[in-house]
Design a protein around this ligand. Structure first.
Ligand code: PMP
Length: 466
């Protein structure tokens, strides 16, 4: 029985939501007026909302339901673990079989540099742990001056009290007294917005490396702890750097003697093709964060992985027997770990990763075909992560007046046309379908997207803005 669709009145449910439920990253008063969009069930690539509307989910929830909705074996894995042992602490040297097996598995499937695993409840907590471990590391190895962090403009690293300062999006700073004085940014490697991006990708890479070097020089090499980055920037508008960018930044960080932290919360677990985006470039980070696709969103879980060097620095830095004071009640939760193990089995033995790689060809073709649409300036993608950037003038790449609210209007019209994707700032539409999308579902996705773009294009104020 579905508890939500059984409720007699979706409007009554909406009223309760408006009165009591605070929604993540939302304008609170706006939400009170607008009310929620209640979702009631999901199957494969499809969602059903509280009014019975069928929606093709082009965003895999929040770029996380990589194996699609309704995977019965995942449900079984959770149920069995709950029946057998729903909870085990990791404190006081306790452990559980799923957590142990998951740690082993993650070490096997990530770059060879990463040998130690800290299991969290999601991405923000994974980033927060990474920051705390890095601070602990430099104190432990006798370099306490290394406290500054560098990240990318438009980057997203969650909304913990420090991670939100590495996130370089205004809403995450405004009113929160962020960024901290130790948090700094360099420009995004954005080929579309780089003068030579279309013809000379190396110039985008060189600019990024030079910016990192310059920022480290400005702050003083002895005071910089780490560089944090997403291999493809997600929440900042799906910014796809040229191939080779990640590797070049990794090399630069090594030369600059700063830790290289790759945030694979979105890009992990087949989202960009391989299991991790690092793999495509043979990059071995010092730390890696992950979440989302780890459990495909079925239950909350993330992870922070450390190289042996960072682990040993911390482990040997404390006096014998003294605890590293970082942890939570639900660290290494056995149900999360059991779900993750089954989801990982689906990616590999279940063929979902390979399915995603085949689907990526249809995804790319669908986005590329929309590049000629009058509203679209750029279509970019890697694997099953992509975006359309809307411009009012293709030659100058001028955007639309934010007052037009174009991307939000398109997302709302798309919903009415039975398709879900995401509107970002600067008129960017983001797509991240589940890895299990069929060829027919890609055809349907892009047919609905095109229909929506055509409808919005027909609006007089949009026409006038072109
Ligand atoms: N890092 C990245 C790259 C993310 O995209 C996100 C979430 N979108 C996070 C961290 C934070 O993860 P969570 O929302 O699970 O806390």
């Amino acid at each position: 029985m579905n508890p939500i669709s059984d409720l007699p009145n979706i409007a009554a449910l909406g009223a309760i939501d408006r009165a009591h439920l605070i929604h993540p990253v939302s304008a609170w008063r706006t939400h009170e007026q607008r009310g929620p969009t209640v979702l009631s069930s999901g199957r494969g690539a499809w969602l059903t909302d509280g009014e019975g509307r069928e929606l093709l989910d082009g965003f895999a929830g929040l770029w996380c339901v990589n194996v699609g909705y309704g995977q019965e074996s995942v449900v079984q894995a959770a149920a069995e673990q709950m029946r057998q042992l729903p909870y085990a602490t990791g404190y006081f040297h306790y452990s559980s079989e799923p957590a142990i097996r998951l740690a082993e598995k993650l070490v096997q499937i990530t770059p060879a540099s990463l040998t130690r695993v800290y299991l969290t409840l999601g991405g923000s907590e994974a980033v927060d742990a990474a920051v705390r471990f890095i601070v602990q590391y430099y104190n432990a190895i006798g370099k306490p001056a290394k406290k500054h962090f560098i990240a990318l403009e438009r980057g997203y690293h969650g909304s913990s009290s420090t991670g939100a300062g590495l996130t370089a999006l205004p809403a995450f700073h405004r009113g929160f007294d962020l960024p901290l004085p130790t948090q700094h940014y360099i420009p995004s490697p954005n080929p579309y917005r780089h003068a030579e991006g279309a013809t000379n990708p190396q110039a985008v890479i060189d600019a990024s490396v030079a910016a990192l070097r310059a920022k480290v020089a400005e702050l003083g090499a002895d005071s910089v702890a780490a560089f944090f980055c997403e291999p493809i920037q997600g929440s900042g508008g799906v910014i796809v750097p040229p191939k080779g960018w990640l590797k070049a930044m990794r090399e630069a960080a090594r030369e600059l003697d700063i830790l290289f932290v790759v945030d694979e919360v979105i890009t992990g677990f087949g989202r960009t093709g391989p299991m991790f985006a690092c793999e495509a470039e043979g990059v071995e980070p010092d730390l890696m964060t992950m979440a989302k696709g780890l459990t495909s969103g079925y239950v909350p879980m993330g992870a922070t992985m450390l190289s042996e060097k960072v682990y040993a620095g911390i482990a040997d830095g404390a006096p014998p027997g003294v605890s590293v004071g970082h942890g939570a009640t639900y660290s290494a939760h056995p149900v999360g770990a059991a779900v993750a193990l089954e989801v990982l089995r689906l990616y590999q033995e279940g063929g979902v990763l390979a399915q995603g790689q085949r689907g990526a060809l249809h995804f790319a073709a669908g986005l590329d075909a929309l590049r000629s649409h009058p509203l679209v300036g750029d279509a970019r993608h890697r694997g099953l992560l992509g975006a359309l950037e809307l411009v009012s003038d293709k030659a100058s790449k001028a955007g639309f007046d934010p007052a037009l609210g174009l991307a939000d209007r398109i997302a709302a019209a798309a919903y009415r046309n039975g398709v879900v994707f995401r509107a970002f700032a600067d008129n960017i539409l983001g797509f991240a379908p589940a890895l299990i999308f069929s060829e027919g579902e890609f055809v349907e996705l892009f047919a609905r997207v095109k229909k929506t773009l055509d409808e919005v294009l027909a609006a007089p104020d949009v026409r006038a803005a072109l």
